[in-house]
Design a protein around this ligand. Structure first.
Ligand code: HEM
Length: 339
């Protein structure tokens, strides 16, 4: 790879550990804090020009503005590092390496720094929290509902054995990913009850749209906004049966949803572009974790498990929408090595 001396200079002056606890030189937030603050204050960032946010009387808006510029700086620095160093020894190429590969070669149709930044912004906004929160819901639900976890672990063990994955160095996309339906069932069930996008905004564009429901026909006029309430669709007993509120990943093995019944990734021309990406991340993390560990709720000294369980369920019920649906409190959990 050709190293641009500008990229090398920039990186050397600002070198930082992207997952570390110390902000890079000249920054007040770490990389992770900048993402978190950005996502928590997304609406003012999307709605108002940065110049207004910078001098707004509301502290949260000013915070949003500085998180945005810190995030942008970090992505710029990481882009320079990816260009400069490529994957380090023992590290596989990541998304950023793929985006910048060939970007110093002007003869190729490669992405500019601004385009890389725009892609990373989309990835973090559309993909990071949605997938991360879905993993958090799966983990907390398995810790609360031990019967669901028993089913999941039994299926996972069988499926890992059948595709010979699970041992060190044997995780391979082509043989493993499609062979673990239990993990996709777990992801779907978490998304059914706790869809990251609780409301999907749509628009009828220039033509009227025809909708059929309960034997009636409805005409939605052109240029009309329509918002799909994903939570209501996913918790409708008419669609899912009387056990609709139970966390039961096995329902996805027993039956497949009809069109329009599972809207977590939306449907149609503007459905989620990153669905497969999110599934691959989810399967990789969850299958690796649960091939070695099982989960329990972590009771404090003298605490009754029933009380801890009720509190964990209340935390799930108290979920709220920031950028995505998420929990606002922590649930204490413990990973226990499987024997
Ligand atoms: C569990 C994880 C995820 C969920 C639940 C999710 C869900 C959604 C939903 C509901 C939409 C709206 C579709 C519509 O308007 O009809 C969407 C759009 C989108 N998602 Fe995802 N997403 C996830 C992960 C990701 C990831 C990892 C990426 C990128 C790597 C991504 C990229 C996008 C993009 C680019 C769009 C806009 C598509 C368009 O407007 O044409 N998503 N996602």
């Amino acid at each position: 790879m050709t190293l641009t001396s500008a990229a090398a200079d920039i990186w050397k002056q600002h070198e930082f550990d992207d997952l570390g606890p110390v902000p890079a030189k000249g920054h007040s937030l770490t990389f992770s804090q900048s993402i978190r603050t950005l996502v928590q204050n997304l609406f003012p960032i999307l709605l108002f020009p940065k110049v207004i946010l910078r001098s707004a009387p509301l502290r949260s808006w000013r915070l949003a503005s500085s998180a945005y510029s810190e995030f942008r700086d970090y992505i710029f620095l990481l882009t320079q590092r990816a260009k400069l160093l490529g994957p380090t020894e023992g590290e596989r190429a990541n998304l950023l390496h793929a985006l910048v590969s060939g970007s110093s070669d002007v003869s190729r149709d490669s992405l500019s720094d601004d385009e890389v930044l725009a892609h990373m912004f989309t990835y973090v906004l559309a993909g990071h929290e949605s997938t991360g929160n879905t993993m958090a819901y799966a983990i907390v639900n398995l810790a609360i509902f031990q019967e669901a976890q028993d089913w999941f672990l039994g299926q996972l063990d069988e499926q890992l054995k059948a595709c010979q994955a699970g041992s060190e160095g044997m995780w391979d996309y082509s043989t493993t990913h499609g062979s673990l339906p239990a993990v996709i069932s777990l992801m779907n069930e978490s998304l059914r009850l706790y869809p990251a996008c609780a409301a999907v905004p749509k628009w009828t564009a220039d033509a009227p749209a025809e909708i059929h429901s309960n034997g009636h026909k409805y005409i939605v006029p052109p240029r009309t906004p329509v918002v799909i309430n994903t939570i209501a669709v996913h918790r409708d007993p008419k669609l899912w049966g009387e056990d609709v509120l139970e966390f039961r990943p096995q329902r996805w093995i027993e039956d497949s949803p009809r069109k329009g019944q599972f809207m977590a990734f939306s449907e149609g021309a503007r459905a989620c572009l990153g669905k497969k990406f999110a599934q691959v991340e989810f399967v990789a993390v969850i299958a690796t974790l649960f091939s070695r560990f099982r989960l329990e709720l972590d009771c404090g000294p003298g605490e009754n498990i029933e009380i801890v369980r009720d509190r964990a369920i209340a935390t799930l019920d108290g979920s709220t929408i920031l950028a995505n649906l998420g929990m606002t409190k922590e649930v204490p959990i413990r990973f226990v090595e499987r024997v």
